[in-house]
Design a protein around this ligand. Structure first.
Ligand SMILES: *Cc1c(COP(=O)(O)O)cnc(C)c1O
Length: 362
């Protein structure tokens, strides 16, 4: 039998989560963010699954966009950071991509390029995150310059990104939204600003376009619980099995460095999953794991290919028992909290050696 770890990807859950994003913002077009291999879920499979619903996709690089085109994905694809060097413009054009423009060098590259037909450009406003984009005071001049470049730019939109849309009382969010709204009104711009947290809890930001990412995969990006009316379905369930069981007396160390020691006679289950698969080595003792559908605590350090759980309270568990590391019945966000991280990093961190098994392919 093969090594038992697998990431089950439920494409019906993906479609339901996408529909929820649409229902929350019925007057918006939701660009499905499928960068980083669809947050570890497989970009081509996810794009195909959403191809009847999503009007456009967003990725982080030309390479990611090219892979989608090679898989016959026909929707517009937005490059969230635009080009990384001027020579990429030719392929942006030939693949029919949409580009973010966040820096003057990108504007100059565009002005020096002669497309056969004008392109779609998303001009990035730095509304206060101070990562990419033009400051509010510098934005209008770039906007008007691109508007006037009619042989190069057909559609021009305003795009911006929130640093703290994920908790409701954020003054930073309020300041960012005000900067965006002011420019939107003065320029009459169509805007795209809502990421998942904003799509979930910031109705005013649900504009002509939205950009949900993590919520499509069923992870809650909010600090705190989702509103009662909103339910996200986990898309990835990371599964494996017990491959060995150890019966230890009290006082025995388990794993590298002996971080954890048995306080009583203990049965340890050894799971075929480790940081070499993308399971976080920071997982603390007590991180929940499901064995035969029941919770038990991870104990001892995560190894590259294995991790260990205390199954003393599960007398029926043994070699071959089914293990769920996250997903169905165990939210990835809960596991992430025990690893001092967020669901995003666990999902995107599942490594290529873990086979993806798709359900709901049509
Ligand atoms: C990744 C990303 C998104 C999606 O964010 P989520 O929090 O996953 O919804 C939206 N916009 C930009 C610019 C991004 O980089």
């Amino acid at each position: 039998m093969a090594r038992p770890i697998v990431a089950d990807i439920d494409l019906d859950a993906l479609r339901r989560n996408y529909s929820l994003a649409q229902t929350l913002a019925p007057n918006s077009q939701a660009i499905a963010v499928i960068k980083a291999d669809a947050y570890g879920h497989g970009a081509v499979a996810c794009a195909k699954a959403l191809s009847h619903q999503a009007p456009a996709f967003a990725v982080a690089s030309l390479e990611e966009a090219r892979a989608l085109r090679e898989a016959a994905i026909r929707q517009p694809i937005l490059l969230l950071e635009g080009i990384f060097e001027p020579m990429e413009l030719a392929e942006v054009e030939s693949l029919g991509l949409w580009q973010v423009v966040h820096s003057d060098w990108q504007i100059e590259a565009l002005m020096a390029y002669r497309p056969a037909a004008p392109m779609t450009v998303w001009l990035k406003l730095d509304s206060g995150m101070h990562r990419l984009g033009f400051a509010p005071s510098a934005f209008a001049a770039r906007w008007h310059r691109l508007k006037a470049a009619k042989e190069r730019v057909r559609d021009l939109h305003l795009i911006s990104h929130f640093a703290s849309a994920d908790h409701l009382d954020s003054p930073q969010f309020a300041a960012q939204w005000q900067a965006i709204d002011t420019l939107r009104q003065s320029l009459g711009a169509s805007i795209c600003v809502a990421n998942s947290p904003a799509t979930l809890i910031r109705p005013p930001t649900r504009a002509a376009w939205n950009r949900p990412g993590i919520m499509l995969y069923g992870s809650n990006p909010l600090q705190g619980n989702l509103p009662d009316s909103i339910e996200l379905a986990p898309v990835m369930t990371l599964r494996s099995r017990l491959i060995a069981v150890q019966s230890l007396s009290a006082g025995q160390p388990v794993g590298y460095g002996g971080r954890w020691r048995s306080a009583r006679p203990t049965r340890i289950g050894v799971v075929a999953a480790g940081y070499g698969d993308g399971y976080d080595r920071h997982a603390a003792d007590g991180t929940p794991v499901l064995v035969d559908g029941r919770r038990c605590p991870l104990v001892g350090r995560v190894s590259m290919d294995m991790l260990t759980v205390d199954i003393s309270d599960l007398p029926d568990a043994g070699v071959g028992s089914e293990v769920t590391l996250w997903g169905d019945g165990l939210p990835v966000d809960e596991v992430a909290a025990h690893c001092d991280t967020i669901g995003y990093t666990l999902l995107t961190g599942v490594l290529p050696r873990v086979p993806r098994r798709y359900q709901g392919q049509r």
